[in-house]
Design a binder for this molecule. Structure first.
Ligand code: EPU
Length: 419
């Protein structure tokens, strides 16, 4: 397994481009199952999770053509199997996103039930309950969700809690249902809006995406289109945090500052000078050590759980003490134990981490069990004294396109060591 070798101590400087959003590209690729004609999706990031999605669609018999700029053209007219196997779902939970589209378009779907994962139990009960309310016949047998429906029927879905992929799955299913489905307490994440925009470009009639009430008027069919995925706000936030942690000055381009308001506010609170343009963000930490900041994760537009680990690293090297409360997932502090091995002072109390900033971290071999936790360890390596080895970087490759190239472009001493 590849590793990352990082020699810490260099303030990041320079400019990089942000890739397309993983968490928008995944549902949009699943949405192609709904279209009668080929859908071309652009600005797709080059990531392991995208490869897994392509493999999943490919195994169903879907035809995919990728060009050299990572535009993917998907043609579902050749679909043979309405089946998502355990071996793919267990390596990428977002595979559950094919459930709604397959059922709505083909009347049938068999999708492996994802198990628990490194950040929490993550059930999909709300996806299933929503489809049942829309008239689907669903049962779980042998670890698989078996769903059938002649044509889904619109209804009012009041979600018990805010779920991103749950909202996406039900919104996709509703596009072809009979009547107008209303999703209350819907997720408001920009990736949900991007998916709705893509579906509307395919001929769907979705209103209200981005608010907590989404109305989907069912249509008889959707057509092919060309759609470019929005920029990745979590990748954006991760590089901004890296610049702040190292006392650097970085400009990220091809991003959307409006999606990052909660994150930018916290970076300013930490002492960074942040300027934004239409599609760029400039962060200057002026060679200073950040101040510790209190954080509480919540669904969008509040501070994202996907930035919690990176800000934990910021706090452990910052001046002062602070608390970080994780309210979205019950077990998303695996990075804490690894950061402690690098000299961090962190106490865990239930869903809250209390950090007391230290003057310096020291390099150590570390590894993580999920994507964002791995990113937080890379960030720690950028400021630690000595050579940090981050193992199990397949987690990072799931969600960060060319991370070592982008960091190296900003001056970091980082290289991938092949297994
Ligand atoms: N939940 C339920 N029942 C459900 C669905 C969700 O109890 O049926 C709970 C979850 O267990 C969790 C909470 O609801 O405690 C929120 O989970 P959500 O469903 O919103 O998460 P998700 O859709 O599985 C997406 C992102 C995650 C991101 C979360 C929260 C994708 C592909 N994944 O997951 O991204 O952390 O929303 O914003 O969009 C990542 O990129 O590293 C990542 C984990």
């Amino acid at each position: 397994m590849d590793k990352l070798l990082i020699t810490g101590g260099i303030p990041l400087e320079g400019e990089i481009r942000i890739s397309g959003a993983k968490n928008a590209a995944l549902p949009i690729l699943a949405a192609t199952l709904l279209a009668d004609g080929p859908v071309k999706v652009g600005n797709i990031p080059h990531l392991q999770d995208i490869t897994t999605t392509m493999e999943l669609l490919g195994r169903m018999g879907v035809e995919l053509v990728v060009d050299e700029r990572m535009n993917i053209e998907v043609d579902c007219s050749t679909i043979r199997e309405l089946f998502a196997p355990y071996e793919l779902v267990k390596s990428m939970r977002a595979s559950i996103l094919v459930l709604g589209p397959m059922l709505a378009r083909f009347g049938e779907a068999v999708v492996s039930l994802p198990g628990g994962c490194a950040i929490g139990s993550r059930p999909v009960n709300l996806h299933i309950e929503g489809l049942v309310k829309m008239g689907a016949d669903v049962h779980v047998e042998g670890g698989y969700i078996h769903a059938k429906a002649r044509r889904l029927k619109a209804t009012r879905l009041v979600m018990d809690l805010v779920t991103v992929t749950g909202t996406e799955n039900l919104m996709m299913a509703a596009t072809l249902a009979e009547g107008t489905t209303v999703i209350e307490n819907a997720a408001r994440e920009p990736e949900v809006v991007d998916l709705a925009n893509c579906l509307n470009a395919m001929g769907a009639k979705i209103n209200g995406a981005g608010s907590n009430t989404i109305a989907v008027e069912g249509v008889d069919g959707l057509s092919g289109t060309h759609y470019d995925v929005l920029p990745d706000r979590i990748e954006s936030g991760t590089y901004l945090a890296a610049a702040a942690i190292t006392g650097g000055h970085v400009r990220i381009k091809d991003t959307q500052p409006r999606m990052l308001e909660a994150v930018i506010e916290k970076l300013r609170e930490a002492g960074a000078r942040v300027e934004v343009g239409d599609r760029w963000i400039d962060l200057d930490m002026k060679g200073c050590r950040p101040r510790a900041i209190n954080i509480r994760t919540s669904p969008y537009p509040a501070f994202p759980t996907d930035m919690q680990a990176q800000f934990t690293t910021l706090n452990v090297v910052a001046e002062g003490a602070a608390t970080i409360s994780e309210t979205v997932f019950e077990n998303r502090f695996m990075h804490v134990h690894e950061l402690r091995r690098m000299g961090a002072d962190i106490q865990l109390e239930g869903n809250t981490a209390v950090t007391r900033g230290v003057e310096r971290l020291t390099a150590a071999p570390v590894m993580a069990t999920d994507l964002r936790a791995s990113a937080s360890l890379v960030l720690a390596g950028l400021v630690a004294e000595g050579d940090t080895v981050v193992e199990r970087i397949y987690h990072i490759d799931r969600g960060y396109e060319s991370i070592e190239e982008k960091l190296a472009k900003l001056g970091a001493r980082i290289r991938r060591v092949p297994a």
